[in-house]
Design a protein around this ligand. Structure first.
Ligand code: GLN
Length: 275
C-alpha cells in the first residue's frame, strides 16, 4: 500500500475520514504529496471498520466464524470483529464506495490505497487491510526478493493461510504469528522489522495495525503522520487538509496511539528481542 490511514474515536461516517477532507486518502490515490516511492496509488484500495456496537446475541457484533476461534490472533474475547471492503480497481473508479462511505459509520477504521510492488498479486486479495480475527493490518513499502526472505519459525499452515501472494501478506503472516503468541503489538512489530531488516537492509516497512482500540504503526522508510483531537486520533501516511495540527513521526520509530494519547518509541538498530 502506498498511502494508509487509521482512526480511533467516536463513530463518524467513513466519508469524513476518507473522501471528504481536501487531500483525503481518496485524493492521495492520484495525487499523493509526500510519498517517497511511486506516483499514483491506482492498484486497488481497501477499508476495514469495526461495526458500531450491536446488541449482544447470536447475530450481534461478533462477526462470523471465519474471524473466530483457532484462526484468530490473540485473545478476542469482548472485541468486535471488523468488516472489510476491498477492490482491485482505483478508489476513484468505484462509485459504490463513495455511497458506502457516506452511509457507514465507525469508531475504528483502517484504510489504504495501493501502488502494487512488482512481483505481487494484482487482485483484491493483495489490497489492505489484511485481517486476522480482530486485527487489521496494512503495509506501505516493499521488501526486495521477498519470496526468499527467511521467515523464522512460521509453520506451513501459517504460510498457506497467507491472504495473498505479496510481500505485505508475508509480513502480516510474520506479525500475526507473534500476536497469536500473545506478544504486545509494539514488541511484535519491532521484532518483525528487525528480523526483516537484518536480511534486507533496504526494506521499507511502514506498518499500520489496529484491533479497533489501539493503533500501532511504524515509520521505516516512508512518511508517517498523526493528528489528535478530543477523544480521537488519526494516523496516516500523510496529512489531509482537515483542520487540526498534524505531527510528523520521525523515521525509524514506532507509534502507539489510542483515543487518549500517542507515544513515539525510537526503533533501536540492534536486533534486541529478535528471535
Ligand atoms: N508492497 C506492497 C504491495 O505491493 C505495498 C506497496 C506500496 O507501499 N506501494 O501492495
Amino acid at each position: 500500500m502506498c498511502r494508509h490511514l487509521a482512526y480511533v474515536g467516536p463513530p463518524v461516517p467513513l466519508a469524513r475520514l476518507l473522501t471528504e477532507p481536501p487531500h483525503s486518502l481518496y485524493e492521495q490515490s492520484w495525487r499523493p504529496a509526500r510519498q517517497r516511492h511511486g506516483t499514483v496509488n491506482a492498484d486497488g484500495f481497501g477499508v476495514g471498520w469495526y461495526p458500531v456496537e450491536l446488541p449482544e446475541g447470536p447475530e450481534g457484533s461478533r462477526g462470523h466464524a471465519e474471524g473466530r476461534g483457532e484462526g484468530a490472533a490473540g485473545d478476542d474475547a469482548g472485541f468486535p470483529f471488523p468488516a472489510r471492503y476491498r477492490r482491485a480497481v482505483p478508489i476513484w473508479a468505484d462509485a459504490n464506495f463513495t455511497e458506502l462511505a457516506r452511509a457507514v459509520r465507525s469508531g475504528a477504521v483502517l484504510a489504504a490505497v495501493r501502488s502494487a510492488t512488482e512481483g505481487t498479486t494484482q487482485d483484491e486479495s493483495a489490497a489492505a487491510p489484511f485481517r486476522d480475527g480482530r486485527w487489521l493490518f496494512s503495509h506501505n513499502g516493499a521488501v526486495a526478493d521477498w519470496t526468499r526472505l527467511p521467515v523464522g519459525d512460521l509453520t506451513a499452515q501459517q504460510m498457506l493461510a497467507m491472504e495473498s501472494r505479496s510481500d505485505s501478506a508475508l509480513l502480516w503472516a510474520m506479525l500475526a504469528a507473534r500476536l497469536r503468541r500473545g506478544e504486545a503489538p509494539s514488541a511484535a512489530m519491532a521484532a518483525v522489522i528487525r528480523q526483516v531488516a537484518a536480511h534486507r537492509p533496504g526494506a521499507r516497512l511502514n506498518f499500520l495495525l489496529t484491533d479497533g482500540r489501539t493503533i500501532t504503526a511504524s515509520a521505516f522508510g516512508d512518511t508517517l503522520w498523526y493528528r489528535t483531537g478530543p477523544g480521537h486520533v488519526v494516523v496516516a501516511s500523510e496529512p489531509d487538509d482537515a483542520p487540526g495540527p498534524w505531527q510528523e513521526v520521525p523515521d525509524r520509530s514506532l507509534l502507539v496511539a489510542t483515543e487518549y494519547g500517542v507515544r513515539i518509541i525510537p526503533l533501536r538498530p540492534e536486533r534486541g528481542t529478535d528471535r
